[in-house]
Design a protein around this ligand. Structure first.
Ligand code: DOR
Length: 429
């Protein structure tokens, strides 16, 4: 048996150039052969008839929690969750402890990701030291060790002058700034979307305007500096409108939305179930519809998970004390497919080649399915209907509200650097 090779037969291949029926042979980490009716040799043979084969998914927004919070997630458990979700690369958010604001911490995360070897773990760098919003991190040093995306995610950069300098600096270095759009003075103490439901429940609200003001500000700062800005987890109809207008003007603005912001609304909070507490909060049905339209018409470039594991001890606290966030990696495809009415190619593009380009990873991720290309691939059963088994989650945490919910389409196999890391829905390591 040749352990460095795999033959996949019978799939419909989908990449940026379109759809076709192809067999493919992987050898030594790359696609070695593509064709019709390839003959099996001494390698593993996966018959994937009836399935879709595509470049692996790329998550622009994963909280891996290491270093600092191993009780919530580790790079190992998070990488396994990613592989099970069809991801071959994740951008690790910087709100670790210590923060990913210096070369040492960033290199630790990247090295640990390589040791685990289940997907490409790409640490982001924070925009400011300690994510405190006052002093810029050494962008050039961080870029020199491979950081391509900078963000203070978990909070937004409040100071306009500092954000302007950060954009100028990022533009010179050819890296991208990603903003968590939240004007903090409008959201102090907030636990859910400010609206009718929040008034009924008597809970402090997080107004849509707190997001939209920063979306607007950063679009204008991008115009002023000419530097690209990526807007994280957009959640409101007006945010989508602002991005649509910015793109129509040709500004270098990109955006993402999460599976939970296209599937769950603020009324879920009337159960006081902390699994529905996220930041930005779940919005109204009208917002959900607008975000979906934005994803379908390309205003929003990417689906990103905001995978945010939290241990039960934290999530079991009262709604106002529990931290925001829910798991995302293992359910993203199933939720997105159940809620987005678009072609497979468009959906996969939003989870693979478009985020790969935003993250600066398009040399190895989201690539065409062709000879010589890196074998970072996912095989999807498009007809599967399934529910999450909470005991089978690879994540160290279990804060997902999607248990018991009907999901559509399932990851069957994931190949990372030519190795089968998920086979028949089970992680191989
Ligand atoms: O819901 C969220 N959780 N949103 C964020 O921006 C941060 C994240 C976390 O780190 O838990």
């Amino acid at each position: 048996m040749n352990n460095n090779a795999v033959l996949l037969t019978g799939a419909v291949v989908i990449d940026e150039s379109g759809e076709r029926q192809l067999d493919i042979r992987l050898r030594d980490g790359v696609i070695a052969e593509v064709g019709e009716a390839l003959v099996a040799g001494d390698e593993e043979h996966l018959d994937v008839s009836g399935c879709l084969l595509a470049p692996g998914f790329v998550d622009l927004h994963t909280h891996l929690r290491e270093p600092g919070m191993p009780e919530a997630e580790t790079i190992e458990t998070g990488s396994r969750a990613a592989a099970l979700g069809g991801y071959t690369a994740v951008v690790a958010m910087p709100n670790t402890d210590p923060t990913q604001d210096c070369v040492e911490v960033v290199e630790f995360v990247a090295k640990r990701g390589r040791e685990v070897g289940l997907c490409d773990v790409r640490p982001s760098g924070s925009i400011t030291i300690g994510r405190a919003g006052h002093q810029l991190t050494p962008f050039a040093d961080l870029a020199a060790v491979g950081v391509r995306l900078f963000t203070d995610d978990g909070s937004g950069v409040q100071d306009e002058g500092l954000m302007r300098r950060a954009l100028e600096y990022a533009g010179e270095l050819g890296v991208v700034l990603a903003q968590h759009c939240e004007v903090a003075s409008l959201t102090a103490g907030a636990v859910m979307h400010e609206g009718e439901c929040c008034s009924h429940l008597g809970l402090p609200g997080w107004p849509a305007l707190a997001e939209e003001l920063m979306v607007h500000r950063d679009i204008e700062l991008s115009r002023l500096t000419g530097s690209p800005v990526h807007l994280l987890h957009l959640s409101t109809a007006r945010s989508v409108e602002l991005v649509r207008a910015a793109k129509a003007e040709g500004l270098p603005v990109t955006a993402e939305a999460t599976p939970h912001h296209i599937s769950l609304n603020d009324e879920h909070l009337s159960s006081f179930d902390t699994r529905y507490k996220v930041n930005p909060p779940l919005r109204t049905i009208a917002d959900i519809e607008a975000v979906k339209v934005g994803l379908i018409d390309g205003t929003i470039d990417a689906i990103a998970t905001d995978h945010a594991p939290h241990p039960s001890a934290a999530k079991d606290r009262p709604l106002d004390e529990a931290p925001p966030g829910m798991l995302g990696l293992e359910t993203a495809l199933g939720v997105a497919r159940a809620h987005l009415d678009c072609s497979w190619q468009h959906l996969i593009g939003a989870m693979s080649w478009r985020p790969a380009k935003i993250a600066g990873l398009s040399d190895s991720q989201g690539r065409p399915i062709a000879v010589g290309e890196p074998a970072n691939l996912v095989v999807i059963d498009p007809d599967a209907e399934w529910q999450v088994d909470p005991h089978a989650l690879a994540s160290r945490s279990s804060n997902t509200p999607f248990v018991g919910v009907d999901l559509k389409a399932k990851v069957r196999h994931t190949m990372f650097q030519g190795r089968v890391v998920v086979r028949d829905g089970i992680a191989t390591a």
